[in-house]
Write a protein that binds this ligand. Structure first.
Ligand SMILES: Nc1nc2c(ncn2[C@@H]2O[C@H](COP(=O)(O)OP(=O)(O)OP(=O)(O)O)[C@@H](O)[C@H]2O)c(=O)[nH]1
Length: 375
């Protein structure tokens, strides 16, 4: 008789809380952790900010709190993060700390969030035990505009957000500040059209609104693709931007959010080649990719894609389509690359080459190209 395979525990949702220096991350974290529903949350903090976590909460979460080294940028943080997450799991699995139901990671204000997301997407063990529940970016209503102008990392933090929390709107007490805030809102529309925006001062940044930005509806555990992709908002923003000229000197004007959609079935090999090429040629410019794909080989079970720069989360398949919309839809956020270039590439791999374009010709006239693409 064969031993029953032990059931894999449900992956634990992880929320990444980011935002520029002084934007209000720790204040938000404190407010969230005060909610009784979040009492079994483990917290990883990149460094303690000036106001720190509320004293009682630090005590309360002491066993489940890991203070990461204060080295703030990219690679140095990766090892600490892996170690921090493994440490938490080990202590939970051994019964040293009570089980936690979610993890929140607060980055430093200067952090590029991509390497942190990479850990959650490609670590062979952690990827099985944790799932990304979303990126929450905090933006200061008063200083946000100047910060976006001066700091490309702040632009990136905003561009990859699933949720944007605007703080300090209570300080918009002069016409200048109000005008600055209106300009900030326009920038956020352009940079992160798919991110739901919440005003902290109006009490909108509730745990429910912030913490479950992942694919699965937390209440029903059913995938909610429409809400997760929010492709409609990205399409609407793209339409609104069409025809506008851009000042190429501004960091965020080089960022574009766009969608690629098709009714056609997508052959797995064509999708693989498309993704390989996009990651190979434009990986560092691909800030974020989310998508759902109707595979030719298995059209009834949609494939879910999620990537940040060169790194793609191992794709997963849903048991069924969650709603009537069965189109393949990809939402991409790119920097310094024209959406048209990516779209042409997608069409070329889908067997819809544009013969007047070098991209299309290179694929269709190339004797080494797969037979399905040759004319
Ligand atoms: N008026 C007002 N002040 C706020 C709000 N949110 C945060 N603050 C204040 O802004 C300052 C910075 O907030 P923090 O929560 O420390 O910001 P942070 O992003 O964690 O800062 P760093 O850790 O330095 O990156 C603190 O003095 C907060 O009290 C808000 O919505 N309104």
């Amino acid at each position: 008789m064969t031993e029953p395979t032990p059931r894999q525990p449900e992956p634990i949702p992880v929320t990444l809380l980011t935002g520029f220096l002084g934007a209000g991350k720790t204040t938000r974290l404190n407010a969230l952790l005060a909610d009784p529903d979040l009492k079994d949350t483990a917290v990883l903090i990149n460094e303690f900010g000036e106001i720190g976590l509320d004293h009682l909460l630090v005590q309360h979460f002491d066993d489940a709190t890991v203070l990461l080294a204060s080295g703030c940028l990219c690679c140095t943080v990766r090892g600490d993060l892996v170690e921090g997450l493994e440490h938490l799991l080990r202590r939970m699995d051994n019964g040293v700390i009570p089980p936690f139901r979610r993890v929140m990671i607060e980055t430093t204000g200067l952090a590029d969030p991509a390497p942190i997301l990479h850990v959650l997407m490609m670590h062979p063990y952690l990827v099985m035990r944790f799932r990304l529940a979303g990126v929450v970016t905090v933006v200061d209503a008063v200083n946000g505009l100047a910060t976006l102008d001066a700091h490309p990392e702040a632009v990136k933090q905003v561009a990859i957000a699933d949720r944007l929390v605007v703080t300090k709107t209570d300080l918009l007490d002069t016409p200048e500040r109000q005008a600055g805030f209106a300009a900030l809102q326009a920038r956020l529309d352009l940079l992160a059209p798919g991110a739901v925006r919440l005003d902290a001062a109006k009490g909108e940044a509730t745990p429910a609104a912030l913490l479950d930005a992942g694919l699965y509806d937390p209440a029903t555990k059913i995938p909610d693709v429409r809400r997760w992709l929010n492709a409609e908002a990205v399409e609407a923003a793209e339409a609104a931007q069409r025809g506008h000229s851009h000042d190429a000197n501004r960091h965020d004007d080089r960022i574009r959010a766009f969608t690629v959609a098709t009714e056609a079935l997508v052959p797995a090999a064509a999708l693989d080649m498309f993704l390989e090429l996009v990651r190979g040629m434009h990986g560092d410019k691909l800030l974020r990719l989310k998508g759902i794909v109707r595979l030719a080989e298995d059209p009834a079970r949609p494939l879910v894609l999620h990537g940040v720069q060169h790194v793609l989360h191992p794709p997963s398949q849903l048991a069924d389509w969650p709603d009537e919309d069965r189109r393949t839809r990809l939402v991409m956020i790119v920097r310094d690359v024209e959406p048209a270039v990516i779209r042409r590439l997608f069409d070329a791999f889908m067997g819809l080459p544009a013969p007047d374009q070098p991209d299309g010709r290179a694929l269709t006239d190339n004797p080494l190209a797969p037979a399905t693409l040759r004319r």
